[in-house]
Design a protein around this ligand. Structure first.
Ligand code: FE2
Length: 303
């Protein structure tokens, strides 16, 4: 199992009330020990494409360098990779114009995320840092839940840089730059959302295994599949919705039951990640999500 080795000395001092994370507060990235997270699963569309695998390994290697240098290496994406981005980003943009929250659409513009080219993590990291003291750190694969979420307590999201296989631009079984940049990253330009993410991260550090499972559900039904009410309309803000044609369209059909957000219900609702989501939860605002989550995480230390 991959492990995350932040020690007691590197525990953040800021936790639930102080959101100011300075560079010197961060643990040594080189201490992050992840085992075998760069493996490509057999059901991946690129599994039998040796050229794709070599390229993915190369980009993953750049991400790994970050842990030694603390510097994000830009990826020189190939014309074929840019093409995949252009196809996906263009089609998603059409759907998002109708279904994404206006905050999200604005955030994409603020970060310079366009349909033209794959954005670099370094550019978006700089902007996020200026806006809400949030950071991105490249990672070479999928990290287990507690380690991944714990990094959010440092207002840092671990992000992949490689892109999905060109044979299926609409699909990826793993996080890729489309999922990160079009799905997750714009949300961190909202400081309430960034604070909420920090609470989730803090919770992951102190949670029992059972609480961690609940936290995973909260993450799933908000960060990945959340809907928000905006001017009387329902809009998507979850990364799993915003970065998937199928899910984004499906979310607003009669196939889906859209319920008002209820924390108790959310943390007790199981989900199936391999299928379209039949139930989604609607938050009234990011500020509400932040405060509800703060109270929930505070309850962890009292149990
Ligand atoms: Fe995600």
């Amino acid at each position: 199992m991959p492990t995350e080795t932040a020690t007691a000395e590197t525990e953040p001092k800021f936790s639930l009330s102080n959101f100011e994370v300075k560079d010197e507060d961060l643990p040594e990235f080189r201490d992050m020990q992840f085992e075998k997270i760069n493996q490509l699963e057999l059901d991946h569309p690129g599994a039998s494409d040796q050229e794709y695998r070599t390229r993915r390994d190369h980009i993953a290697g750049l991400a790994k360098n970050f842990r030694e240098t603390h510097r994000i290496t830009d990826v020189e994406y190939t014309p074929e990779e840019q093409k995949v981005w252009q196809i996906v980003a263009t089609r998603l943009e059409e759907l998002q114009a109708k279904h994404a929250s206006s905050f999200y659409l604005d955030a994409k513009r603020k970060l310079g995320i366009s349909t033209e080219r794959i954005p670099q993590l370094s550019e978006m990291n700089k902007r996020l840092n200026e806006l809400c003291n949030f950071r991105l750190a490249p990672i070479e694969g999928l990290v287990e839940t507690r380690a991944f979420l714990s990094w959010l307590s440092y207002r840092t999201m671990l992000c992949t840089q490689y892109i999905r296989h060109p044979s299926r631009p609409e699909y990826t079984p793993e996080p890729d730059i489309v999922h990160e940049a079009i799905g997750h990253i714009p949300n961190f330009t909202n400081c309430d959302f960034a604070d909420f993410s920090q609470f989730i991260g803090h919770g992951a550090r102190i949670a029992t295994d059972e609480q961690l499972e609940e936290l995973g559900r909260l993450y799933w039904f908000t960060v990945e599949y959340g809907l928000v009410e905006e001017d009387g309309e329902l809009k998507a803000y979850g990364a799993g919705l915003l970065s998937s044609f199928g899910e984004l369209e499906n979310a607003f059909t009669n196939n889906v039951e859209r319920r008002p957000f209820d924390l108790e219900q959310v943390i007790n609702t199981t989900y199936d990640y391999s299928d379209m989501q039949p139930v989604l939860y609607v938050i009234p605002s990011y500020a509400y999500l932040k405060e509800t989550t703060r109270k929930y995480i505070e309850s962890f230390s009292k149990k």
